[in-house]
Design a protein. Structure first.
Length: 163
């Protein structure tokens, strides 16, 4: 399977549009709450001390939609330079500093192999819902790799601040 392609124009502008849409952000928050409710009963535990957030070491690729990027990038990253190494900029030691805004892929990932199929099905179900939400509200939909996208968003923000 090939990597998802961006199908909209300028990513930082698309993210800004999504962040400004309160209905989209509220609906995404509701989706996240439902996901968390579904996953909390699985009693999975972290076995890797946050290794999953170091994508360069684990060969994981995390993708997120425009709305997910809007919610996540609205928080200040702990270390934005981590993106350059393909690591989550919201990770502090083994912990997530953006837990409430973490994307779908983070919410349904567990390092316990016996949960792989369950996690994949849950991801697909809720990803379709997130994509449909973009479409129903007329919001730009981009699905892209997380660290590249955050690097682009952070760079755009720094450039705007410098003006």
């Amino acid at each position: 399977m090939s990597a998802p392609r961006r199908n909209e124009g300028d990513l930082p502008s698309a993210v800004s549009l999504c962040r400004a849409n309160a209905r989209l952000m509220d609906a995404l928050g509701d989706i996240y709450a439902r996901i968390d409710k579904r996953t909390c009963g699985r009693e999975a535990s972290c076995l890797g001390g946050g290794a999953c957030c170091r994508f360069d070491l684990t060969a994981h690729r995390l993708y997120a939609s425009t709305a997910e990027l809007a919610m996540l990038s609205g928080l200040d990253p702990a270390d934005p330079t981590r993106c350059e190494r393909r690591r989550c900029p919201y990770q502090i030691g083994p912990r997530c500093s953006a837990r409430s805004a973490r994307p779908l892929g983070c919410r349904v990932f567990f390092c316990e192999k016996d949960l792989d199929d369950w996690c994949a099905k849950l991801y697909e179900t809720f990803h379709r819902e997130i994509r449909s939400l973009h479409e129903s509200l007329g919001m730009p939909y981009v699905y892209t790799e997380l660290t590249d996208a955050l690097s682009e968003i952070f760079a755009h923000s720094r450039a705007a601040d410098a003006r």
